[in-house]
Design a protein around this ligand. Structure first.
Ligand SMILES: Nc1nc2c(ncn2[C@@H]2O[C@H](COP(=O)(O)OP(=O)(O)O)[C@@H](O)[C@H]2O)c(=O)[nH]1
Ligand SMILES: [Mg+2]
Length: 307
């Protein structure tokens, strides 16, 4: 039995979201503080949400919901209204990711995404978390495009005590996955993390290659609990939606990791992408150090945006 060890304190989500909160909470407070709730209020609120990158669909749904709720149960004060807004934001997302415990002895984390989103860093952070929880970790350098990419994974493996599977630069990433699967079996590993090369979702041959790697994993490790996670840069804004939709369609995704939340005032993208894909956001990257990977919880997240 293996499971994903937890790391999801509200205080950590809050500090990671401080830039977004600064851009969101103050204008929301100003609008609510006026104590007037007419069409103009709701329009203003919708604009604030869109300004934080929540996207038109999610913003409209959120406003419709609190308008409805406010009619049914007129809020006593602006604090109560804020709670309604928090609940409406949280309702746009799947409440909590389905990570927990499962019966497989091996958990495989397949990390995919476009260039520079933080896949390798996230692989390292995950290796740290799994190792700290006492797990045996194998990490596969399946980004074979650049020697530096392999080296970067090697550094993380070294740092976290994970067993590294690598081939030479220019090697076949599916072959790396094959060897990594064999190594995970031979070592009785609890976790296998596959770092892959970044690719644009529009490049068909590269997407095919990724599918092939996933095929190797499902074929070689039929008993394992395989999780395909898209690593997305939260600072890329609405273009992230196109990435998520395409990767979900072509590769099949179980969840999303949004990184660099620490560097953006537009963290509302998390809501937009969760809404657009219907996929659970599993974790957030909140900085460059090993500890900066926190579990996602929609209620905590909504609270962190507005508190
Ligand atoms: N601020 C911040 N930087 C991050 C985060 N995740 C990754 N990075 C940085 O983003 C850059 C690209 O990361 P990398 O893991 O190499 O991306 P990859 O191309 O997807 O493998 C590196 O400089 C990382 O340190 C994050 O959550 N916050
Ligand atoms: Mg990388």
């Amino acid at each position: 039995m293996s499971a994903i060890p937890a790391n999801g304190w509200l205080s950590r989500v809050k500090s990671a979201m401080s830039k977004t909160r600064d851009s969101l909470a103050a204008p929301v407070n100003r609008v609510f503080g006026r104590g007037v709730f007419d069409d103009e209020t709701w329009d203003e609120l919708e604009e604030i949400l869109i300004g934080a990158d929540m996207g038109l669909t999610a913003a409209t749904e959120i406003i419709d919901r609190i308008r409805r709720d406010a009619l049914r149960h007129p809020p006593g004060d602006s604090g109560e209204l804020k709670e309604m807004l928090q609940a409406a934001i949280a309702a746009e997302m799947i409440p909590a990711p389905i990570l927990g415990k499962h019966d497989a002895s091996l958990t495989v984390i397949f990390l995919v995404g476009v260039n520079g989103t933080g896949k390798t860093t996230t692989a390292g952070k995950l290796a740290r978390r799994f190792a700290d929880a006492g797990g045996t970790v194998v990490i596969a350098a399946a980004d074979t495009f650049r020697a530096a990419a392999i080296e970067q994974v090697a550094v993380w493996a070294d740092r976290t005590g994970a067993y590294l599977v690598k081939h030479k630069r220019g090697g076949d990433s599916a072959a790396v996955a094959y060897d990594a699967a064999a190594a995970a079996k031979a070592r009785g590993a609890d976790y296998l993390i596959i770092d892959t090369a970044g690719r644009l979702q529009t490049k068909a041959p590269l997407m095919e290659e990724l599918k092939k790697v996933k095929g190797v994993l499902t074929r070689e490790l039929p008993e394992a609990h395989l999780l395909s996670w898209l690593v997305m840069d939260a600072t890329t804004g609405q273009n992230g939606l196109a990435q998520a939709t395409a990767f979900a369609e072509k590769i099949g995704l179980d969840g999303l990791i949004l990184t660099k939340l620490d560097g953006t005032a537009k963290g509302g993208i998390v809501v937009a992408v969760a809404r657009a894909t219907g996929l659970p956001v599993v974790m957030l990257g909140t900085g460059e150090t090993e500890a900066d990977l926190i579990d996602f919880d929609s209620n905590n997240f909504a609270a962190a945006l507005l508190d």
